[in-house]
Design a protein around this ligand. Structure first.
Ligand SMILES: Cc1ncc(COP(=O)(O)O)c(C=O)c1O
Length: 396
């Protein structure tokens, strides 16, 4: 029967081949997934790892990316979320309920702390803060359920004493969740990070950073090794309707191929820039865990056996550089752009006031405003020149 134009526009007689060999896996876009017949409909098992029943539960494109991320990180299962923060929130909402205690490193990614404070106010969980470089400050009570680790931590970049913290948590059956964005599954293996084969339970990764690598896509992941843990997260992921677009998944999948090369380049550039920054007298302190003068260097050295570190380096300006001078410094930068995030091609800079950010005493940090440099893919010599020009502008 000849179809009317409006129908013919929808139903093409040409069927795309189900499979051909290409460098990148095929891209599936789906909300609706069509069942072959009613048997397939009534026999669907959307809780199976690779069952295709509706777009929110996953497509071959999102499962391919998830499996790849799990493999890179040394885990078994992966759930994808529309941002790193949404992946963090999935863990918090899955494992914490009224009366539970959660332990958070003082240098944790700020919005994670904000989410936990919200849960504290609205749902009666108890937030406790520990010093990541002093495992003695982690003193869990009977009701402790979860500890958040971050290696290295946000902005001040202290590398935690992972070995002691994880051992202490495991001894008390407390879940260990690591924000693994900095290490990206490359600097160390979160599921086997010491000669004693220690492992965290959950690795959360803002794929927005290195895996995307373009500064243009938001995504997050939650990787686990334990099947029961994965299934708890899986159900929460499903009932919260957490889903990502196929297009974004395909873009991140495509970028994974170059991630190690980009990570290494940015890591090496950061080390070169770190050494130059240390020679400048405008700074009271330069912060990077691979620096042998850094307070957390031993922990970085113990865990990051690959010798790698991400492309982040922070400086604390001497107190005579007030906020106006620091703003002038940032406004004078030309290659470094003023913006949040990291791991992309373009170098970024951001200003932080630690007084507003930390809960514990921070005796290891100098007074002064902090500027974080996120090193992109530009040549480090050009980036050094850019910083030098901006420094001259405020020192003149
Ligand atoms: C350490 C860390 N974790 C998580 C996130 C959150 O990622 P997203 O921006 O995708 O929400 C960020 C973002 O800056 C981050 O720096």
């Amino acid at each position: 029967m000849k179809q009317k134009p409006v129908t013919a526009l929808i139903h093409s007689s040409r069927k795309a081949p189900q499979y051909i060999n290409t460098i990148q896996p095929p891209l599936f876009r789906a909300s609706t997934i069509i069942f072959e017949n009613t048997d397939a409909l009534f026999n669907r098992h959307w809780t199976d790892r690779y069952d295709y029943s509706y777009g929110t539960h996953g497509t071959p494109t999102t499962f391919t990316l998830g499996d790849h991320i799990a493999q890179i990180e040394g885990g078994e299962y992966c759930l994808l979320a529309p941002s790193g923060l949404s992946a963090i929130n999935l863990v918090n909402s899955c494992f914490l309920s009224h009366g539970d205690e959660v332990w958070v490193a003082d240098n944790i990614y700020g919005p994670n702390m904000e989410h936990l404070r919200h849960l504290e106010k609205s749902y009666g969980i108890i937030v406790q803060v520990y010093n990541p470089i002093d495992a003695d400050t982690f003193q869990p009570n009977e009701n402790a359920k979860l500890i958040w680790l971050e290696a290295a931590g946000s902005v001040t970049l202290e590398f935690p004493d992972l070995v002691r913290l994880v051992k202490k948590a495991k001894a008390k059956n407390i879940l260990t969740a690591l924000d693994n964005t900095w290490g990206a599954g490359l600097a160390f293996n979160a599921f086997d990070f010491s000669h004693e084969h220690l492992s965290v339970d959950i690795s959360v990764h803002a794929l927005t950073k290195y895996p995307s690598g373009g500064g243009d896509i938001l995504m997050g992941s939650v990787v686990t090794q334990d099947n029961a843990l994965h299934h708890k997260l899986f159900r929460m992921h499903a009932i919260q309707g957490i889903a990502i677009s196929g297009d974004d998944a395909a873009q991140v999948q495509r970028s994974l191929a170059s991630m190690q090369i980009r990570y290494e380049h940015q890591s090496q550039s950061a080390l070169k820039i770190l050494n130059w920054l240390k020679s400048q007298n405008a700074f009271a302190q330069v912060l990077h865990p691979a620096d042998s003068d850094n307070i957390s260097h031993t922990y970085w050295n113990q865990t990051c056996q690959t010798g790698q570190s991400a492309g982040l380096v922070s400086v604390i300006f001497k107190p005579e550089f007030d906020v106006n001078k620091i703003r002038k410094f940032c406004d004078h930068l030309s290659l470094f752009k003023l913006g949040f995030s990291w791991g992309g091609p373009v170098s970024l800079v951001m200003i932080y006031n630690l007084t507003d950010m930390r809960h514990l005493e921070r005796t290891h940090l100098e007074q002064g405003l902090l500027v974080r440099f996120c090193i992109g893919l530009e040549h480090p010599d050009d980036l050094i020149q850019d910083i030098q020009n901006a420094l001259q502008a405020i020192q003149a």
